[in-house]
Design a protein around this ligand. Structure first.
Ligand code: TXA
Ligand code: MG
Length: 327
């Protein structure tokens, strides 16, 4: 699948400087954040943003998250109310994305926001060195081919995008391992569009009750997607996934959380001590690894639906959902 050039593998301070130069040239650079690797481009350049969709093979122009070095830079592009400022003070830098109205002066390409009047912004805890060196907004979806599992290491990025992007800046494995929580504040009241690295409980603790995004089931029936990237089968490994399994068959691969499921011909342990943060950080690695085992399917053990377990269950439900084509 080579597009005719070699993807540079960058690391360290020299790598950061080189990556910033490439971004300024309108090239695509994958970089590590605390959640997953992002496929970054200069958000103000429509050509660079369009290249993201092409490299990912995204069928639609889903809106992208813009990444900034700090809240001040982010809030120069969107209108932040008191709630947004409170959340930024508490959770940034960190795995929280806020959807807010664009400012009229916002220079981010309309394509990055898929033409919406809102823009998703975030200040990640990792990847800061690149964002500072570049000095502007970096539009970045997860650095995987459309429909595939998000990458949590530079190797995962290269497995899907080698030869299709200019470079990957190796920041090591992603410590959180699931994507950021996406909270829409543009309608006045908080609306949770995606469970992610900041647990819903922590958001509610900060700002009180929030509305919920539509469930995968509702999305399936209505297709009325408030957040177009939240396609039901968005996070699908190749093998079919069976949820809440207490036992895995002899021809199944087991994705274990503690003791469950038992059995299975191949086994990936998310967290033997049932630690949800450890499990989240290993989830996508586990799905990739079990996929390669080439068995009949993946039997996933039950994960408690609290804290980071909510994001884990959301991704597993999407992995288990009937596949939408083309992905
Ligand atoms: O952790 C993350 O969020 C990673 C890292 C790279 O930052 N990024 C990521 O991007 O997961 P992506 O493109 O895979 O998911 C972005 C999500 C999609 O579900 C998209 O629909 C939603 O954010 N989104 C972006 N802009 C939006 C907007 N203006 N309104 C509603 N949803 C939006
Ligand atoms: Mg993604």
């Amino acid at each position: 699948m080579s597009a005719g050039f070699v993807t540079e593998r960058l690391a360290g301070a020299v790598g950061v400087a080189r990556a910033a130069v490439l971004l300024r040239e309108g090239k695509l650079v994958a970089f590590g954040t605390e959640t997953v690797y992002g496929l970054g481009a200069d958000a103000t350049r429509p050509d660079a943003v369009a290249a993201i969709f092409a490299a990912k093979g995204r069928p639609h122009f889903n809106p992208l998250i813009c990444h900034y070095a700090d809240a001040e830079a982010a809030f120069a592009d969107v209108v932040a109310d008191a709630t947004a400022r409170l959340l930024a003070a508490r959770f940034w830098p960190g795995p929280l994305t806020l959807v807010l109205p664009r400012r009229v002066t916002c220079r981010v390409a309309l394509l990055a926001g898929a033409g919406l009047e809102t823009l998703a912004v975030r200040v990640p805890a990792a990847g800061q060195d690149l964002l500072r060196a570049f000095g502007g907004a970096v539009a970045a979806p997860s650095a995987n081919r459309s429909g595939q599992v998000s990458p949590t290491s530079a190797e995962h990025v290269l497995a899907g995008l080698s030869g299709r992007i200019a470079a990957v800046l190796d920041g090591g494995p992603c410590p959180v391992g699931v994507e950021s929580t996406v909270l829409d504040l543009s309608a006045g009241r908080g609306f949770l569009l995606r469970q992610g690295g900041v647990p819903e409980e922590a958001i509610v603790d900060a700002i009180g009750p929030v509305g919920r995004g539509i469930t995968p089931g509702q999305a399936e029936t209505t297709r009325n997607l408030r957040s177009p990237g939240l396609l039901v089968s968005h996070y699908a490994p190749g093998l079919p996934v069976r949820l809440g399994a207490t036992e895995a068959a002899d021809d199944e691969a087991a994705l274990a959380f503690g003791a469950l499921p038992s059995g299975g011909a191949a086994r990936f342990q998310l967290s033997s001590g049932e630690d949800l943060a450890e499990a989240a950080s290993r989830l996508f690695e586990g799905l990739r690894w079990l996929d390669r085992a080439g068995l009949r399917g993946i039997a996933a053990g039950p994960v408690p639906d609290r804290g980071l377990g909510r994001a884990i269950n959301d991704r597993l439900q999407r992995a288990a959902a009937p596949r939408e084509g083309p992905r």
